[in-house]
Design a protein around this ligand. Structure first.
Ligand code: PLP
Length: 423
C-alpha cells in the first residue's frame, strides 16, 4: 500500500465537508478526544439550549410547561421528530425518554409475552452487562428462570457474532429477541435487516439496543420492520452525561399496552383530567412513564440541530474514512503490537476501532498522559473512536504518531496494568 503522508492527511481535512462542525465543540488544543463512543463532547449549541431551558425555568416557573422558548410539555415529542431521522423511523415511532436500561425494561415488559412452551428470551454473550441484568430481572418478574430461559448466543472468537449462529437459535420456544446493533467492545455492526426478517419468519418479536450506532450510523428501523429499539443519547449524540435516551416502537404495535405505565404516556389532551383510567397516547410517546427530565433533555435541542445540518449519511461516510485511516496508519506505523479486532469491512464496522493488547490497560494510561483520550474495556481492549463531528483526519494522524512513540519507547511500562474504577 502507498505510504500515507502528512500531506495526504492534510488534503483529507481540506476535502472534508463536515470540517466546520469541529469548532462548534469544546475540544482542547492540547489533547485529542477519541472517546466519543462513551461520552460525546459538549457543543456550543447544546450548552446554549441547556441555558435556554434553565432561563425558562427562571423566568416562567410552572408556566414553562406550556410557554417559554421550548415548552416542556411537548419537548420530548418535538425532539423525537428530529431523532427519528437518526434511526430511520416515522416521527410518531420515536420518543425522547428514559435511559437505555429503563427503556429496555419498558420494552421487554411490553413485548415479552411468554406462553406455554414459548418462554425464552434470546440475547448474546457479548452484550453490555446492564442489558443482561435487565433481561434476567424481567424473566424473574414473570416467574421464569434466567438460568434456563435466557439464551445467550455464543461467540466463536470472544469478540464478534455470526448472524447464522443467532438465527439457528431462533427456535420455537423463543418469545423475544434482544440484540445490540453494534457490539460495544469489538465494534461489530450486526445485520439488523436480516436478523429482523429471520425473526419475523418465525413470528418472534425482535428489538435492538442502538447505544453504539445512534449518531454514528444511519438506520432504517421502519423499513426493516424492527419491532422496538432503545438507546442513550450521551455517546455519539452528544447530549451530555446521563442525558435522556430514546425509544422506538413500530407503528403496528401502538395498540400494545405499555408494560410499565405512567401518566406521561397519557394522551396529552386528557392527561390532566386526572382520571384513574389510563388512556395511552397512540404513538411511541405512550411508553413514557413519568415527568420528563428537562435539564437532561435540554442539550439534545442544540445537539440534534447539528445532526439535522450535518446529516447522518455524511457523518457515516466521514466516520468510515476516519476509522479506515486510523487502521491504515496503525498498520503502517506500528508493527506486531496490536491485533485490530473490529471488522475491517465498512458494512460491518461501527464507529470505533478496537485494538487488542495484553498491556491495554496501561497503554491507555500512557495515551492519556500524552494527551490522547482513548477508552479501555476489560480485559484487553483499547477503543479509539474518531468522531465525524469533532475529530479531524489530522487528529487521527497525531494520535497514531503518539501511540507509536509510546510503543517504541515502552512508555506504558511505568504504569500498572490495571483499570481505573471508571474505564
Ligand atoms: C452505554 C450502554 C448502556 C448504558 O445504559 P444506561 O442505562 O444509559 O446506563 C447500556 N447498553 C449498552 C449496549 C451501552 O452501550
Amino acid at each position: 500500500m502507498r505510504q500515507i503522508t502528512a500531506q495526504m492527511v492534510e488534503q483529507m481535512d481540506q476535502n472534508d465537508e463536515l470540517a466546520s462542525f469541529k469548532k462548534e465543540f469544546y475540544t482542547k488544543d492540547d489533547s485529542i478526544y477519541l472517546d466519543g463512543n462513551s461520552l460525546g463532547l459538549l457543543s456550543k449549541r447544546a450548552e446554549q439550549s441547556l441555558l435556554d431551558v434553565l432561563n425558562d425555568w427562571k423566568e416562567h416557573g410552572i408556566d414553562g410547561w406550556m410557554g417559554g422558548k421550548y415548552p416542556w410539555f411537548t419537548l420530548s415529542e418535538k425532539l423525537a421528530e428530529k431523532l427519528s431521522l437518526l434511526v430511520g423511523a416515522k416521527e410518531k415511532e420515536v420518543i425522547v425518554t428514559g435511559s437505555t436500561t429503563v427503556n429496555l425494561h419498558q420494552m421487554v415488559a411490553t413485548f415479552f409475552e411468554p406462553q406455554e412452551g414459548r418462554t425464552k428470551i434470546l440475547a448474546d454473550e457479548l452484550t453490555f452487562p446492564s442489558d443482561i441484568y435487565g433481561l434476567q430481572s424481567q424473566l424473574k418478574l414473570k416467574g421464569l428462570n434466567p438460568d434456563t430461559d435466557l439464551i445467550q448466543v455464543g461467540s466463536k472468537n470472544g469478540l464478534t457474532l455470526d448472524e447464522q449462529d443467532i438465527i439457528d437459535k431462533m427456535t420455537e420456544d423463543v418469545a423475544l429477541i434482544l440484540l445490540p446493533s453494534v457490539l460495544y467492545r469489538s465494534g461489530q455492526l450486526l445485520d439488523i435487516e436480516r436478523l429482523t426478517r429471520e425473526a419475523h419468519k418465525r413470528n418472534i418479536p425482535i428489538g435492538f439496543d442502538l447505544c453504539h450506532s445512534i449518531g454514528a450510523i444511519p438506520h432504517e428501523l421502519s423499513n426493516w420492520g424492527v419491532d422496538f429499539a432503545f438507546w442513550c443519547n450521551y455517546k455519539y449524540v452528544n447530549a451530555g452525561p446521563g442525558g435522556v435516551g430514546g425509544l422506538y416502537v413500530n407503528t403496528k404495535h401502538f395498540t400494545k399496552t405499555p408494560g410499565l405505565s405512567g401518566w406521561f404516556g397519557s394522551k396529552k389532551e386528557t392527561q390532566f383530567d386526572m382520571d384513574h383510567h389510563f388512556d395511552a397516547e397512540n404513538s411511541a410517546g405512550g411508553y413514557q412513564i413519568g415527568t420528563p427530565h428537562m435539564l437532561s433533555t435540554a442539550p439534545l435541542i442544540g445537539s440534534l440541530s447539528i445532526f439535522e445540518e450535518a446529516k447522518i449519511d455524511r457523518i457515516r461516510t466521514k466516520s468510515l474514512k476516519l476509522t479506515s485511516l486510523l487502521m491504515d496508519l496503525l498498520n503502517q506505523e506500528i508493527e506486531n503490537e496490536f491485533t485490530i479486532v473490529n471488522p475491517l469491512d465498512d458494512t460491518r464496522r461501527g464507529g470505533h476501532v478496537a485494538l487488542m493488547h495484553n498491556d491495554a490497560a496501561r497503554i491507555c494510561k500512557a495515551l492519556k498522559q500524552n494527551g490522547i483520550v482513548p477508552d479501555f474495556r476489560a480485559p484487553n481492549i483499547i477503543r479509539l473512536a474518531p468522531v465525524a463531528l469533532y475529530n479531524s483526519f489530522q487528529d487521527v494522524f497525531e494520535a497514531v504518531k503518539i501511540l507509536s512513540k509510546i510503543m517504541k519507547n515502552r512508555e506504558y511500562e511505568k504504569f500498572e496494568n490495571k483499570r481505573e474504577v471508571i474505564a
